[in-house]
Design a protein around this ligand. Sequence first.
Ligand code: TMP
Length: 391
Amino acid sequence: MIFLDLGYQPLANEYLKNTNSKEKKYRLLVDFNKKSKIVSIKKKFSSKKMFKNNYPYRSSMSKTMTQSFKTFAKDLKKKFKKKKILEIGCNDGVFLENFNKSFSLGIEPCSNIAQLSKKKGLNVIIKYWNQRTALKIRKKFGHFDLIYSANTITHIKNLNDVFKSINLVLSDTGTLIIQDPSMLELLKKNAYDQFYNEHIYVFSYVSLSKLLDKHKLYIYKIKNISEHGGSIRYFIKKKISKNVIDKSVKIQLQKEIKFGLKKFTTYKKFGFDVNKSKNKLKNILAKLKNLNKKVIGYGATAKAVTVLNYCNIGNDIIKFFYDTTPEKHNKFIPGVKIPVKKYRILNTKEVDYAFLGAWNFKKEIYQKEKKFLKSGGKFITHIPKPKILSY
Ligand code: TMP
């Protein structure tokens, strides 16, 4: 059942070389499946359409994520001493670089990004995650006791194939750890921009546990983390390896049921709130435009693509975006065609207000832009409600 209509959207990571570059759009509708409890976008693109050899997203572009992966890797290395680790969707190697090269393997389909991992000396196979890849890996490397995947599984259309493939390479006593945005946090924060073509699914414990059950897998521990605006780390095992179930699992289930994650009415209400959020953000920006304020965007994220296209915000309102990713520089944001510039520290001579495209890194950004904030510069956010942030 559809509960959210985010209008016509371009593919979020297809940055335009110039303003008259042609682009295809699709209708971004979001669905709640009453039976499986899975939340997904209606139009599902194949990995081949989205993850190619010119992918512009690098996981290591924020200190927050680099540090988070480092800390978690340290923790895992202690618990899984000398165990082989496989990462599905290793991007530029920001997580895997923390492991001994002879015990780790990464899978990454975007060849330009995989090359960045390889330059770090990591073992990376440039392939999509599917059963064929899994069989090849098993033949060459055997089973793995530890499989990790952050912000990747939810990007793959065929979830049954994903878990069948995992079952082929995970050892019987092995651990699978999946890390993805949390549906509960998304609803709490009104973070509708977590929906775009790459985020095909947003998991909750309720939906993921049902799906895993079909594949003879189960969640034995849960950790809520602040990454990407609120994510969950799910610790998973094969059913044949009987493990004690941590109390965190029951706590999460109760929280999700209490919030109404099993009920369509909860999602429907969220849909109404999103529409209100759009009007409010447009009003704030229109007022600033009338006052001739210099407004720019900070962090040309895929999330911002959803917001800008849904709210129809163009470069008459937001002049340009600053972003640290080289692959995005001197290009234009899909759909709304706002230019993306190489990041420069904010200066009140040039900028009055900056719209936080990367709201999930607010803390890190505030730290960097102290001078701007102290001299009266301001940020605008839409999370959890559109407003001009006070310092
Ligand atoms: P994400 O929210 O999907 O991870 O994307 C973050 C984007 O924001 C990425 O393009 C890098 C960019 N960014 C900046 O430009 N400056 C920053 O300080 C941070 C943390 C991210």
